[in-house]
Design a protein around this ligand. Structure first.
Ligand SMILES: [Zn+2]
Length: 111
């Protein structure tokens, strides 16, 4: 039996997930302003991947750009792709973009 894939993070999820159990992730996140002409894309991902993408975005904010390779290697291709897309399509002219996970849900912002 072929199990439909509702999240691109892995070939299969264990236990399998249903479409209703996925989140819609916006790239760039809705809290980010977008560059003129940028398209905010929406992808369905499992909840674990959704949170990991937001954690990676926080690391972009902390680094003020693409985090070091040693950090990036801890993330899956879909997480890297969507975070890079968000960063490339966000409007950076107004200063720093916000963290996208609340305190306690990811590494704390720098002091
Ligand atoms: Zn997934």
């Amino acid at each position: 039996m072929t199990v439909p894939q509702f999240c691109p993070c892995a070939r299969r999820h264990t236990p399998p997930i249903t479409k209703a159990e996925t989140d819609k992730h916006h790239s760039p996140p809705q809290s980010y302003p977008t560059k003129p002409g940028a398209i905010r894309r929406v992808d369905r991902v499992c909840v674990a991947t959704h949170r990991r993408i937001h954690r990676l975005l926080n690391l972009y904010v902390r680094a003020g750009g693409t985090p070091p390779k040693a950090v990036l290697k801890g993330f899956r291709p879909i997480e890297l792709e969507l975070a890079a897309y968000s960063w490339a399509n966000a409007d950076h002219t107004g200063g720093r973009l916000p963290y996208t996970l609340a305190d306690g849900m990811a590494e704390s912002p720098p002091e």
